[in-house]
Design a protein around this ligand. Structure first.
Ligand code: NDP
Length: 408
């Protein structure tokens, strides 16, 4: 059997972590290559990987929007799997390239068109038959949320419930980067996500409410702290409610500081978060893309970020006719991540599951032809690897009638 090998596309904050974590397992995952739009960013990641692990990574300049260029590179390198940690805009073109070159595919965020912040899976689910016919596997959303949150839900269903009826996914970042305003991952994608209308699943359909219009207080376990969390739309709500149809209510919550919200409100009010083109001195510019250019690079926040993240899923349902509720979560320390791989915890909590998803495919454990969301696979081997490779988790039973410290 041919030795496995990987091509990582995207040399940003997440790409940095994926490259380091894959290099730590190079004896199992095989040869690693890294391609991105800016070659110097690939080279600086490769240099850091060499210093930390003594593994060599080959680097390439690639515009992934050009399918022919990606196909050429794939045919030259012949990787077993392409890990897409570029931007969601590149999902479909990279899936097309994988089909043409006969390479398995993995990403961490669902496709969205540049001109509209519409996070929906139907574009990628439409590739199901093509991947099945080609005998290739496409694993969608192998980050933390989506990703680990889907696996947490599948694992709780497998081990603790007959049916899950409600889920609350709660993403708290208790870290402080010391900047006036910065986002923890790609600013353009982050701001599109948080300014989009909120959708949550209730009684067999998605209900829309204005962005950030519902707020709760959440007390994290293990003294991470108490945070204001805001309900917003997140893509795993779509796949989880499709694949687990007993779910009647599904909501996603994220913590934001007063400071973040204050800056975001001003930026929105002055038009800087617009994604439609604006004419400026004869040039057409998109305000949000310009804003990204002047904001701190999330990849550079690792050095100054302190504190912990706490991301988990509360599930409520029934087991043997009785109401039950469980909370499964991971807590991750920004400074420990920086010490290990030179990144803050948001990039780390996304990059580690991408590496584990890749390992699941390369080892054949999750390798089946077609297009899959994480909850469609057996959660057990992935949960075991989370404990082993840097994202240990805890599951606790909570009172089903009085949700775990979630108070209005
Ligand atoms: P960054 O902006 O830091 O990195 C993206 C990288 O992709 C950059 O290096 C960029 O190149 C490169 N890129 C962009 N367009 C192209 C192209 N056409 N061809 C080749 N390379 C390209 O983003 P992050 O690392 O923060 O995020 C990466 C992905 O991870 C995003 O899709 C994001 O949504 C996802 N994510 C998922 C999470 C989860 O939990 N599931 C959480 C956080 C992020 P250049 O350097 O030249 O700009």
């Amino acid at each position: 059997m041919k030795a496995p090998s990987l091509l990582i596309v995207g040399a940003g904050g997440v790409g940095h972590v994926v490259a380091h974590k894959c290099a730590q397992l190079a004896s199992q995952l095989g040869r690693i290559s890294l391609a991105s739009r800016t070659l110097s960013k690939c080279e600086s990641i490769a240099e850091s990987v060499k210093q930390r692990t003594d593994i060599d990574i080959a680097t390439f300049e690639l515009d992934a929007d050009q399918v022919a260029s990606t196909v050429r590179l794939l045919k030259e390198l012949k990787p077993t799997l392409l890990i897409n940690v570029a931007l969601p805009y590149q999902d479909l073109v990279l899936m097309d390239a994988c089909l043409e070159a006969g390479v398995h595919y993995l990403d961490t965020a669902n496709y969205e068109p540049k001109e509209k912040a519409l996070f929906e899976y139907h574009w990628q689910w439409a590739y199901q038959e093509k991947f099945q016919k080609a005998g290739l596997c496409a694993l969608l959303g192998s980050g933390f949320d989506p990703g680990v949150t889907n696996v947490f839900t599948a694992w709780m269903l497998k081990h603790h419930f007959d049916e899950i009826h409600e889920i609350d996914i709660i993403d708290v970042n208790g870290g402080d980067h010391g900047q006036a305003f910065a986002t923890n991952f790609n600013p353009e994608i982050n701001i599109r996500e948080v300014t989009a209308p909120c959708r949550h699943w209730e009684k067999d359909r998605f209900m829309e409410t204005p962005p950030m219009s519902l707020k709760e207080t959440f007390q994290c376990p293990e003294e991470v702290g108490t945070y204001q969390i805001y309900r917003m739309y997140h893509e795993e709500l779509e796949s989880l409610t499709k694949h687990f149809p007993t779910i009647r209510k599904a909501q996603f919550w994220m913590s934001f500081s007063e400071n973040y919200l204050k800056h975001l409100e001003v930026l929105q009010n002055v038009g800087m978060t617009r994604i439609d083109p604006v004419e400026y001195e004869g040039n057409s510019i998109i305000p949000l893309q310009f804003l990204k250019a002047v904001l701190p690079d999330p990849g550079d926040l690792g050095q100054t970020t302190k504190g912990r993240t706490c991301i988990g899923v509360i599930a409520r349902g029934i087991k043997d006719g009785k109401s039950k509720a469980f909370y499964t979560y991971n807590i991750c320390d920004h400074e420990a991540c920086f010490q290990e791989v030179g990144s803050q915890a948001i990039s780390y909590t996304t990059g580690v599951p991408a590496m584990i998803g890749a390992k699941m495919i390369l080892e054949g454990i999750w390798q089946k032809p077609g297009v899959w969301n994480m909850e469609q696979m057996d959660p057990d081997p992935f949960m075991a690897d989370l404990n082993q490779y840097g994202l240990p988790w805890t599951c606790i039973e909570i009172d089903p009638h009085s949700p775990f410290k979630v108070t209005s």
